[in-house]
Design a binder for this molecule. Structure first.
Ligand code: AGP
Length: 611
């Protein structure tokens, strides 16, 4: 996820762009750049690092006088953080900034190189630039842009300038957010309204397939097919402080709601359901690597460890490869037996967790092949592993991991299918069906999010509780652990996750009417009956029961309807993703109603870079 901004009007544009980029920095902050018109043509200034580095670079020269400019702050997906991978990218007289992922950029790059275009970066974005430049040879600027984007597959929000038409910026939107701000004889484009809210609250949010042309004289909104649209801007009731959260009260709530996009972006361009294949380049592992693995070792911390635990319940049944999962801070002190034909996986959102990095280093030194599943391009974990799978959740600002947990589970699901196909444990038809179901998950998450009011009501009943138990079995046991972690780190209520079958071996002594117990119960499968009997064991001791299930019939559990939350059905391996969403929302609402700082809980940090 990156931040893009454009300005055209009568004021000096670059200072406005720089201020706007600072407000978009939460969307990505590994490199940045601006482009503006100078008397002698287009000028581009870019650098690795944060906006303040870009500001320092610009201040080394006379203040630009341009009244039209575009800017970008990057969250690297293709190509590490560097000056040459930073945006804006330029081809001939065309310059642009992009937020999104171009799925077919490799083929487009080959075709454009064959036509003589020279590429300077590793990014997918650069192909868009050269494509527009190519069309500009025979079409005017606006038409060249609209024709070029027809060749793109994937997600993009663009702001494009061309020195042939100074003062004009064209914005185009598909699957990545883009807003236009309408000021007084000045117009803005931004990834979200926070980019320009300080200047105007009059905004228009582009829809997929729309383009907008802005000049100091006005704007034209162009609908799909090039037809002018008369859709009008709205006046936002946001404060600048709210805008960085897209109007949500907290980053955590915003990021919970970003999960459909996080999953969609993580799988984008990486699966071929019709062939039942996960594209081999997805994990960056050499051909034949998976076939040669005798064991998988996973090490991680916190939420990422829960994703690793869930992975064992996917890889072992699907691929019949043994999996060991360790808390990273324990891994290297247990003298693990690591062999060259092991696959070691580090799971780490930040890519900077010291314990996880140390585990990865030990595994690599011991000869295992190391794969890192991380959310941050250019992170230490990414650079230190033999192969990397980047989840594409965008920056996660809230300390509590939410969207990155879902993306990690999706990554593990893809890896399990890759493993099972490589070892011929499942047919192409079976894996195709599994991949089709994965593609339905974003919509199923949306359906859960639409029922968040029910979860807020559920949560209100427990804000005075001091303890909470989360119970699950099988692949939903790690989800129970995750639900407990979310609650304790956000609301400071003591919470424990347990394997439901383990309760009778001691913890059931805790049960009384003051002990809320949340059960994760699948609608089908061998463990359902076991979970139901565990439920009866707990109910008979007067516990306050909550149930999360994918059953269509909430009455089958004999609990009060207001204490049962139903998620859409899916296959057992994807159910953890759907079960986790209500747990995140429950923790969020309980934390908010307890007056906790849900984005920055006490004693915690987003990335634990010390051991
Ligand atoms: C989870 O909500 C916490 N943010 C924490 O447990 C986190 O998952 C853990 O510190 C691991 O972080 P990482 O994924 O960046 O390695």
């Amino acid at each position: 996820m990156c931040g893009i901004i454009g300005y055209t009007g009568k004021r000096s544009a670059v200072p406005i762009i720089l201020e706007g980029l600072k407000l978009l920095e939460y969307r990505g902050y590994d490199s940045a750049g601006v482009a503006f018109m100078e008397d002698n043509g287009l000028k581009v200034v870019r650098c690795a690092g944060k906006i303040r580095h870009l500001e320092a670079l610009i201040s080394q020269n006379p203040q630009p006088r341009s009244t039209t400019s575009i800017g970008h702050t990057r969250w690297a997906t293709h190509g590490g953080p560097s000056e040459r991978n930073a945006h804006p990218h330029q081809s001939g007289g065309t310059v642009l900034v992009h937020n999104g992922i171009i799925e077919n950029y490799i083929q487009l790059k080959k075709d454009l190189m064959a036509e003589g275009f020279n590429f300077k970066s590793e990014t997918d974005t650069e192909v868009i630039c050269h494509l527009i430049c190519k069309y500009s040879r025979s079409l005017p600027f606006e038409k060249a842009v609209l024709e070029a984007v027809k060749e793109l597959k994937g997600a993009y929000a663009l702001a494009v300038m061309d020195e042939s038409e100074p003062g004009k910026i064209i914005g185009v939107k598909k699957d990545s957010p883009l807003a236009m701000g309408v000021g007084l004889d000045e117009y803005f484009i931004g990834s979200d309204a926070s980019a320009f809210l300080a200047h105007t609250k009059k905004a228009l949010f582009l829809e997929d397939g729309e383009a907008v042309v802005i000049t100091p004289e006005g704007y034209r909104l162009i609908g799909p097919g090039g037809v002018l649209s008369n859709r009008k801007p709205v006046v936002l009731q946001w404060t600048p402080g709210m805008a960085g959260k897209d109007g949500y009260k907290h980053y955590m709530l915003k990021e919970i709601h970003e999960q459909p996009h996080a999953i969609a972006d993580t799988i984008r361009g990486r699966i071929e359901p019709e062939k039942g294949e996960v594209t081999t380049s997805s994990f960056g592992m050499p051909e034949g690597l998976l076939e040669s693995r005798k064991k998988v070792m996973i090490a991680a911390c916190g939420t990422s460890w829960h994703a690793g635990l869930a992975a064992r319940y996917m890889i072992e049944p699907l691929a019949s490869v043994p999996v060991e999962v360790d808390i990273a801070s324990e891994y290297r002190y247990r003298s693990p037996v690591i062999r060259p034909d092991d696959l070691f996986i580090s799971v780490t959102q930040s890519g900077e967790t010291a314990d996880t990095l140390a585990a990865q280093k030990l595994a690599k030194q011991s000869g295992a092949f190391t794969l890192s599943i991380t959310n941050v391009t250019g992170s230490t974990a990414a650079r230190g592993a033999d192969a990397v799978f980047f989840t594409r959740s965008g920056p996660e600002i809230g300390v509590a991991s939410t969207k990155t947990f879902s993306a990690q589970l999706a990554a593990m699901y893809l890896l399990s299918i890759s493993f099972a196909r490589a070892l011929n444990k499942i047919t192409a038809e079976e894996s195709g069906a599994m991949l089709q179901e994965l593609m339905c998950i974003p919509d199923k998450i949306e359906r859960i999010l639409n029922q968040k009011a029910q979860l807020e009501e559920m949560g209100k009943k427990f804000i005075k509780k001091d303890h909470f138990l989360f119970l699950g079995r099988g692949i939903n046991y790690p989800v129970a652990l995750e639900g407990a972690l979310k609650l304790k780190e956000i609301s400071y209520i003591h919470a424990e996750g347990y394997a439901a079958g383990e309760m009778k071996h001691g913890p059931i002594a805790l049960i009384d009417k003051d002990m809320p117990v949340l059960f994760l119960i699948p609608a089908r499968g061998a463990l359902k009956e076991k979970a139901l009997s565990n439920l009866e064991e707990v109910k008979s001791r007067n516990a306050d029961i909550l149930i999360i299930t994918d059953s269509e019939d909430a009455r089958e559990f004999g609990a009060a309807p207001e204490n049962v939350f139903c998620v859409p059905g899916t296959n057992p391996y994807l159910l953890p993703i759907l079960m986790a969403i209500p747990l995140q929302l429950l923790a969020y609402y309980i934390g908010v109603h307890r007056g906790c700082d849900v984005d920055q809980p006490r004693n915690l940090a987003k990335s634990v870079t010390v051991e």
